[in-house]
Write a new protein. Structure first.
Length: 185
């Protein structure tokens, strides 16, 4: 079944619950890449991201009838991803090495050096963010990488909206401090 791009997640959920289960595929297409990025940023476990995303969608599908339709579907889905990420972190597995960036195979040679500089800067920033406590790391990732609003972050992390801004601000200050420490040492 083909849907228009402006069909809301909540409308899709209603249709899926009302016996159009094949439409769940559209939710997977909408959120798979975003969830992979979110989970990878939180867990730093590249080789396990696909499994975690699969678990997130399986749990979402299985529990779709429990979704509170007064809330945003994306917040509910990210909450499941948050819980699965925390479970993965808590599992105690050794972190995997980062694989080579995908762009190396397709970029022209004259852009590779520029991209490597950009990638090095991103990796430095990522290392600083990785050192943050989870309570600061998660709101930063959700806000800056996943473009979530304060209200959505509040729903996902189950914290008051007023605390979201405080955590993001403190997280930014800590990242700046960590990155400056790293550059000075």
């Amino acid at each position: 079944m083909k849907l228009s791009e402006d069909t809301s997640d909540e409308d899709l959920v209603n249709q899926i619950i009302n016996k159009n289960k094949e439409l769940f595929y559209h939710l997977v297409v909408r959120y798979e890449a975003k969830l992979k990025r979110y989970i990878l940023t939180i867990t730093n476990r590249r080789n396990e991201v696909d499994d975690v995303v699969q678990n997130v969608f399986l749990k979402a599908y299985t529990n779709l009838r429990t979704f509170d339709r007064r809330l945003k579907f994306s917040s509910w889905l990210y909450r499941i991803a948050h819980n699965e990420s925390v479970n993965l972190i808590s599992s105690g597995f050794i972190q995997k090495f980062l694989s080579l960036p995908d762009w190396l195979d397709i970029e022209s040679r004259d852009r590779i050096e520029e991209r490597m500089d950009e990638e090095a800067m991103k990796q430095r920033l990522k290392k600083c963010i990785d050192k943050l406590k989870m309570k600061y790391k998660e709101p930063l990732v959700l806000f800056y990488y996943d473009d979530k609003s304060y209200a959505e972050i509040s729903d996902i992390l189950r914290i008051p909206v007023r605390n979201v801004g405080v955590l993001i601000h403190r997280g930014k200050l800590q990242v700046k401090e960590l990155c400056n420490e790293k550059n000075n040492s």
